[in-house]
Design a protein around this ligand. Structure first.
Ligand SMILES: [Cu+2]
Length: 226
């Protein structure tokens, strides 16, 4: 797969510089994810676009507008200190998406919240963002497929389905935004049907107040109509 990708990437002469840069990264999962999400940097993105919506006008339009392909099926979402990869995603209403959420950090806990606006808490140092004001996951059906190294999972108003009892703490409605928090190296796999909530949503990590968010742990999810 790698050599095949390499051949195809080499045919994209415009992309050589970027692809070369990516390949110098030592962390494989990050490298793979970045290549998949940075449009035009490798064959992975081209194959993905063709497979997912080669004939789709809306797909082409969105790609032209944002440079980000519409994802369905498996969507890898990596976190580290202090970033999300990808930090831009596009999902389409009604599509099924399986999010593989991984924490690549060797020593820090990270979470994934998603919503719009912020709840602000006044402090001596100014207002602190504590969570999103509007939680994307309200009323959304979420199936937990598997997980390990999950510190806690706030479900809030999501409708959770899980075939197994998991050992981590599940915090119920009223205790903050929907957010899985992963230990270093942890991961969780969630299956959802993209809800009818078109628009632009933000995601972020608010661990340690909003220090992580401020340090760059944020991203944008665009939901497009089907
Ligand atoms: Cu974090």
């Amino acid at each position: 797969m790698d050599s095949n990708e390499g051949k195809q990437a080499n045919q994209q002469s415009d992309d050589k510089g970027d692809t070369g840069g990516m390949l110098q990264r030592t962390d494989e999962p990050v490298d793979w994810s970045r290549r998949k999400f940075l449009i035009g940097t490798g064959a992975m993105a081209i194959v993905g676009i063709t497979a997912l919506f080669g004939q789709s006008l809306i797909g082409k339009t969105i790609k032209a507008m944002t440079g980000v392909p519409v994802s369905k099926g498996i969507q890898d979402l990596y976190v580290g200190d202090y970033y999300y990869l990808p930090n831009e995603m596009v999902w389409r209403v009604g599509d099924e998406v399986v999010v593989n959420f991984h924490n690549l950090s060797p020593n820090r806990f990270h979470e994934w919240m998603m919503g719009q606006g912020f709840d602000l808490t006044p402090s001596d140092f100014g207002d602190v963002k504590t969570q999103f004001h509007k939680d994307f996951w309200d009323g959304v059906q979420v199936e937990v497929l598997e997980g390990h190294g999950v510190d806690n999972f706030v479900t809030n108003k999501a409708i959770i389905k899980s075939n197994e009892k998991y050992p981590w703490l599940i915090t119920q409605q009223g205790q903050g935004n929907f957010s899985p928090t992963l230990m270093p190296g942890g991961s969780i796999r969630l299956k959802i049907k993209v809800p009818d909530k078109p628009g632009v949503w933000q995601y972020g990590c608010f661990v340690q107040g909003f220090v992580h968010y401020r340090a760059g742990m944020k991203g944008t999810l665009r939901i497009i109509k089907s």
